[in-house]
Design a protein around this ligand. Sequence first.
Ligand code: ADP
Length: 190
Amino acid sequence: MLNLVLFGPPGAGKGTQSNLLIKKYKLVHLSTGDILRGEIAAGTSLGLEAKSLMDRGDLVPDEVVIGMISSKLDKNVNANGFIFDGFPRTTEQAKALDILLKEKGTYISSMISLKVSDNELIKRLLERGIESGREDDKNEEIIANRINEYNNKTAPLKQFYSAQNKLSEVEGIGSITEIAERINTVIETI
Ligand code: ADP
């Protein structure tokens, strides 16, 4: 199985690159952000709980997202592999993911981390906010909070995967195709 963690700050291009990778390698895309937005749209109690946190740019509790990922893994037993996009975002989540995958006889193949400067991230997210209407892309204060959450709670995960010799950093500035090629080069060495 090919199990990739696609990593990087908000606006790094994880969703865009995931969509290319799932086609090329026939993987199942698990984006916790997408799953949470689906829960909000469906008006579930989980969605209701998550919405106010997401709108502020705060993280949703670990047990909520871990439970979501666990049930998606159970629903895709015959998958070729998974792309984890926006998950794990805390050390607690990364440890839980290792355990869940181990129970299924598999493991994370690699973490691919997209590198993009803060200025470029803010620019991209504000542009996306105009098109998508996403509440958390609408103002600079919320975006700054998301980047802050990333720097404090999520960026340390690079250390977690690097200690397992699984971290590859990829320059996230350039055209979508250029970045996709850089990612493919990394995957071919796994
Ligand atoms: P982005 O990467 O652009 O910030 P996402 O769609 O991945 O967007 O996430 C949007 C929001 O959903 C986050 O700001 C957070 O509130 C919540 N979220 C998504 N994934 C997680 C996660 N793994 N742990 C906690 N909160 C999450």
